[in-house]
Design a protein around this ligand. Structure first.
Ligand SMILES: N[C@@H](CCC(=O)N[C@@H](CS)C(=O)NCC(=O)O)C(=O)O
Length: 113
């Protein structure tokens, strides 16, 4: 059973929701109210010590970090694979995943903060 701790405005959580949709995987949503700082509740921090969304829980096992969650879903549920076999295309995909994680997302956070 897949559970996703998510927030509608979270671009990181949206990335994971897109992968779940592309792979037609059933999942249950747990909405974390970031405005009320529910992400910093002791119970949530047990799942995600970084105190951010998203967190995926698969059969009671938490997986954190949106790009790692996307890769975990592709590894664990390979029927519809989103991975690329061509090494050059794969290098481009890895670049964009890294760029979003390390540059674009932190920059967006600075704008909305
Ligand atoms: N690198 C993390 C970033 C997660 C992240 O920063 N999530 C934001 C929402 S997009 C969050 O939970 N912010 C809550 C806070 O910082 O208080 C990932 O990709 O999962």
């Amino acid at each position: 059973m897949l559970e996703l701790y998510t927030h509608p405005m979270s671009s990181c959580a949206q990335k994971v929701r897109i992968v779940l949709a592309e792979k037609s995987l059933p999942w249950t949503a747990h909405h974390v109210n970031l405005a009320k700082k529910e992400n910093l509740n002791a119970e949530y921090l047990k799942l995600n010590p970084l105190g951010v969304v998203p967190t995926l829980v698969d059969d009671n096992n938490p997986v954190i970090e949106s790009s790692i969650i996307c890769e975990y879903l592709d590894d664990s549920y390979p029927d519809v694979s989103l991975w690329l076999s061509d090494p050059l295309l794969l290098s481009k995909m890895r670049f964009w995943m890294k760029h979003v994680d390390t540059k674009l997302h932190p920059a967006c956070g600075a704008i909305v903060a």
